[in-house]
Write a protein that binds this ligand. Structure first.
Ligand code: MG
Ligand code: ZN
Length: 220
């Protein structure tokens, strides 16, 4: 029985990888940089996207995964950007087939497409969505030991965004310790410190996006 289940899960992952490849090729052809955002619930994915939207405007669009509601998509639309909602109906992660379906609804050609994954640091890490880069968010109230508890999310990401830096004086979060844990898993991780309250780190993150875009599409 256990054997059969393992085979089944391998099959799901394999077909997911094929669809992810399709997403990646399609978006590369359309010169859209796709970023997959992973974090626990409440780490500030939507808030960070709202802050980026204020700078990027309609150059950016978001595919939002949520278990039950359209709330986050509505928050993002208030900033004048496109937000395509995927309601997973209970599933705790996004899969490439859901992104493929959402792409049919995407209008025009934004430069930056963000996928806000379901708030969960466990299984979203195991599903390639066809993104060109993956960001993991860690908010300071969550504690600096999260990288050790959820290694896969940090191992598979290109960027770590430490959010809610404005709360550092009030919470037991050691920034250096968090970075050391994350780097022990993934030495190549780029790390940014941000706060949407003070605006800390947002310019650096925007510069990183622009740089990534230009290295991916040098002739754009
Ligand atoms: Mg959200
Ligand atoms: Zn899941």
């Amino acid at each position: 029985m256990a054997q059969k289940r393992v085979v089944l899960e391998e099959g799901i992952l394999k077909s997911n990888d094929l669809l992810a490849q399709k997403v990646r090729e399609d978006l590369r052809r359309r010169r859209i940089l796709v970023t997959n955002l992973l974090s626990s619930p409440g780490a500030g994915k939507t808030a960070l996207l709202e802050a980026l939207a204020q700078n990027l405007g309609p150059q950016m669009a978001v595919i939002v995964g949520d278990v039950q509601t359209r709330r986050d998509a509505e928050r993002l639309e208030r900033h004048g950007i496109q937000a395509v909602q995927i309601v997973t109906g209970g599933t705790c992660h996004l899969e490439a087939r859901m992104v493929l379906r959402a792409l049919e609804e995407l209008q025009g050609t934004p430069r930056y497409l963000f996928i806000e994954n379901v708030g969960n640091l466990v299984c979203p890490a195991g599903f390639d969505l066809g993104e060109q880069q993956r960001w993991v968010l860690l908010s300071t109230p969550e504690g600096d030991d999260k990288p050790l508890k959820y290694p896969e999310a940090f191992l598979t990401s290109h960027v770590l965004v430490i959010t809610k830096m404005d709360l550092v004086p009030h919470v037991p979060f050691d920034v250096d310790q968090a970075e050391a844990y994350a780097r022990s898993l993934n030495p190549r991780l780029r790390i940014f410190h941000t706060s949407v309250i003070t605006g800390e780190g947002l310019e650096a993150l925007l510069a990183h996006l622009e740089h990534t875009y230009r290295s991916l599409f040098p002739d754009a």
